[in-house]
Design a protein around this ligand. Structure first.
Ligand code: ADP
Ligand code: MG
Length: 395
């Protein structure tokens, strides 16, 4: 088919042409917006799931809804380590300034003067020069240098201004499992405060499956504070639609055999659907696409995943960390118990603790339960297996 018309979009955070499923989350967020505009309480949402299931795309879609309703919104991304902690604070202050300024240009300074002063104070405390909002620092607000206290001032003043306008203040945080302990605890504390004080402030988070546990570790009441949604593979009808709808928009279709082959290979994971769909489009010469063409597309799609999606994770691991993941791969997509891994490697569980911790911090594995680990990337075990086969073939 014409490459310039390829309707599939494999890539991290790249919006699909057709967003399959996820109606429940979109509906829940629509409801949150509607209730907020009626000054009714609503519960903030946290999305969690493996890599490539479509969390970023969904988070951006939810942000689009809030933007469409004229809310004040920010988008942040967690990254591990000290640098990540520094960067997200700066991004928070900068995004607040930008969003506030955009807001003022819509409604004028009058109703939001206190908001502007507090945001200016907060930015000064974080150490951001940035853009002037045309007001002075409020020395009594957001000036302590303690994230939880200063953030609470921001949420009180921004929240109060927006409540007066029947709008909301929403902070969208991707890769939230990588946000540092201090900021994570501050966000949960401030969210809790907002709920109690009927401030229309909503943290909306997305992250790996260990995100709910990280939030609960930060503050035990986080368990009841958020509406947790697990984002996973698509159901069979949705997965089929995410292949057939983009094709039919371009006037093309799948034979039953072709659709079954591509669906099977994708495991109904959105990223894989896009990758195999894209290869299907390249291979196909007639419509409906044939089963034989689909098998060829699956082969090409698999090669691309093995050259891109999987190695982009695998290559970050040290030799010792790879040994650990090799031992995990014996359990397929897992989970594996830390005891079984230790036994396979002929080591003690405790001596493997640092390796396990490193792999978690690099986002390659996560602990689904105490004493267990699993890959954050679906199909990782298969990739590891294929690598071994390649090595064996080379002799
Ligand atoms: N609901 C969906 N239907 C079809 N494709 C999707 C859907 N959600 C995501 N995708 C596709 O899957 C890929 C991964 O999406 P992304 O949001 O980056 O996943 P995650 O953030 O969970 O790793 C992208 O190519 C995107 O276009
Ligand atoms: Mg993502």
């Amino acid at each position: 088919m014409e490459p310039q018309l390829n309707p599939y979009n494999p890539g991290s955070g790249v919006p699909p042409r057709f967003l399959a499923g996820r109606e429940a989350e979109i509906r829940a967020f629509d409801l949150l917006v509607a209730r907020t505009e009626l000054s009714m309480p609503a519960r903030p949402m946290v999305l969690s799931g493996l890599r490539g299931v479509g969390k970023t795309v969904l988070l951006n879609r939810l942000k689009g809804i809030a933007d469409h309703h004229g809310w004040l919104t920010l988008k942040l991304e967690g990254r591990p380590g000290e640098e990540g902690a520094r960067d997200i604070r700066k991004a928070l202050a900068r995004e607040l300034q930008v969003a506030s300024r955009r807001y003022v240009s819509q409604i004028g300074v009058g109703p939001v003067k206190a908001l502007l002063r507090t945001v200016t104070s907060f930015s000064a405390t974080i150490g951001i020069e940035g853009i002037s909002l045309g007001v002075d620092v409020d020395p009594a607000r957001a000036r302590t240098g303690h994230m939880d206290i200063d953030l609470q001032d921001v949420v009180e003043d921004v929240g109060a201004a927006l409540r007066g306008l029947r709008k909301g203040f929403a902070v969208f945080i991707d890769e939230m499992q990588d946000v540092d302990d201090e900021l994570l605890a501050a966000l949960v504390t401030v969210q809790h405060h907002a709920v109690q004080n009927e401030l229309p402030f909503f943290v909306t988070g997305a992250g790996l499956p260990n995100l709910p546990a990280r939030l609960a570790d930060a503050r035990s009441y986080a368990e009841r504070l958020f509406d947790y949604r697990q984002i996973g593979k698509l159901d069979p009808d949705q997965a089929a639609e995410s292949l057939t709808v983009p094709a039919s928009q371009m006037g093309q279709s799948y034979s039953d055999d072709a659709l079954a082959a591509v669906l099977e290979a994708s495991g109904r994971y959105p990223y894989f659907i896009q990758e195999f769909g894209s290869a299907m489009w390249e291979v196909a010469t007639t419509s409906p696409f044939t089963g034989d063409e689909a098998h060829e597309a699956v082969r090409i799609g698999q090669q691309r995943l093995d050259a891109g999606f999987f190695p982009s994770r695998w290559d970050r691991a040290t030799p010792r960390e790879r040994d650990y993941m090799n031992a995990m791969a014996a359990d397929g997509d897992g989970p594996s118990t830390t005891g079984a891994i230790a036994a396979r490697l002929g080591k003690k569980v405790t001596s493997l603790g640092p390796t396990r911790a490193q792999l978690i911090s690099k986002g390659l594995i996560y602990p689904p339960e105490y004493g267990q680990v699993a890959f954050t990337v679906p199909g990782m075990a298969g990739f590891i297996e294929r690598q071994h086969q390649e090595l064996d073939e080379l002799g």
